[in-house]
Design a protein around this ligand. Structure first.
Ligand code: APR
Length: 311
């Protein structure tokens, strides 16, 4: 059996970290793709990471390129192409710039890797993944957005720190759009089965929900660009679930066709990822408040999608 091929469209901060993680986990061979002006960066990172394999002892062929021919036949494609946020920018501010980029990536991807499982990371996430599906015409099962795993991880960390327990014991889920309206679900969040609402005071919980919603912005403010370690790990978790048919139940931006009462929309919901891609959208019970927050979040995503259609 030959190795799997994983192409990374965008060889910037997240792209580089994705390549490093995928190589270390030996998930397959890696193609780091970027625009011709950045081909040197893609090739340089590929060479550095290949040499890293000699030190750490992993086997993965890592190639840097600006040619779509190298992406052909990929099993998994992870898209980070685009510009990241600068301080003071919202994810939505990126719409005009990144929309053009995702459209050109989609046109090329359609020809190069029609059978790939595609994970979109570029922001504003929900609008970008919607556009990628629209341009390629790929099935919603094979095009998914990375947001929920990252947002849930942020929620998980802040809760673990507040309670003084291991992050491993906190089971969180963040749904909705990947923006200020995201919905950290407190009603079903547990610490090894104990409802978090029994362990954290309501005011503290509300502050943690708020910090989670601004989790990306907090990092942009500190370092002037957006996060890359945790976003890369989150996308790799999803890629691994697909490649190894792990049936992971995680929150992802998934194509909704009536689930939760929404149609023709991408938004963060619990899904099962396995060899079939997004094998199932899982419907869970939410409180009235959470449903209202999800509705608000869906409205924000719809607004972005409508704005995209005009651009
Ligand atoms: N095709 C391929 N790569 C492209 C294209 C394109 N058409 N246009 C831009 N790129 C590349 C850039 O040249 C750059 O190397 O995408 C890369 C993006 O890398 P960074 O600027 O380092 O951004 P990064 O931090 O990796 O974030 C990428 O993910 O989380 C989101 O908000 C973030 O939208 C941003 C994206």
């Amino acid at each position: 059996m030959s190795r799997k091929k994983i192409s990374l469209i965008g060889a910037g901060n997240i792209g580089g970290e994705l390549a490093a993680l995928i190589a270390r986990k030996e998930l397959g061979d890696v193609v780091l793709f970027d625009i011709p002006e950045k081909e040197g960066v893609a090739k340089g990172k590929a060479l550095d990471l290949s040499q890293n394999g000699a030190v750490l002892g992993y086997d993965a062929k890592i190639t840097g390129t600006s040619s779509w021919a190298e992406v052909a036949g990929s099993d998994v494609v992870i898209i980070t192409a685009g510009v990241p946020r600068k301080a003071g920018m919202s994810r939505d501010d990126l719409l005009g710039i990144n929309l053009k980029i995702i459209r050109s990536v989609g046109e090329n991807l359609k020809k190069a890797a029609p059978d790939a499982f595609v994970i979109v990371v570029s922001n504003p996430l929900d609008a970008m993944v919607y556009e990628l599906k629209r341009v390629t015409g790929f099935s919603g099962k094979k095009v998914v957005g990375m947001a929920g795993v990252l947002d849930s991880a942020r929620f998980q960390l802040f809760l673990a720190e507040e309670m003084g327990v291991s992050v491993k014991d906190v089971r969180p889920m963040v749904l909705g759009g990947h923006g200020d309206t995201m919905v950290p679900v407190t009603s079903n969040c547990t610490v090894n089965g104990i409802p978090v609402t029994q362990l954290v005071a309501a005011d503290k919980l509300a502050a943690i929900v708020d910090r989670t919603r601004n989790g990306g912005g907090e990092i942009v403010k500190l370092m002037g660009t957006s996060a890359f370690y945790a976003p890369a790990s989150a996308a790799v978790l999803m890629a691994e679930a697909y490649l190894k048919d792990l049936k992971r139940l995680v929150a992802c931006a998934a194509y909704l066709d009536g689930e939760y009462g929404y149609k023709d929309l991408y938004m963060g919901v619990p899904v099962v990822i396995g060899a079939g891609g997004v094998e199932k959208v899982v419907t869970i019970a939410l409180t009235g408040d959470e449903k209202a927050m999800l509705e608000k979040s869906a409205a924000a995503v719809k607004e972005l999608i409508e704005a995209s259609k005009k651009l």
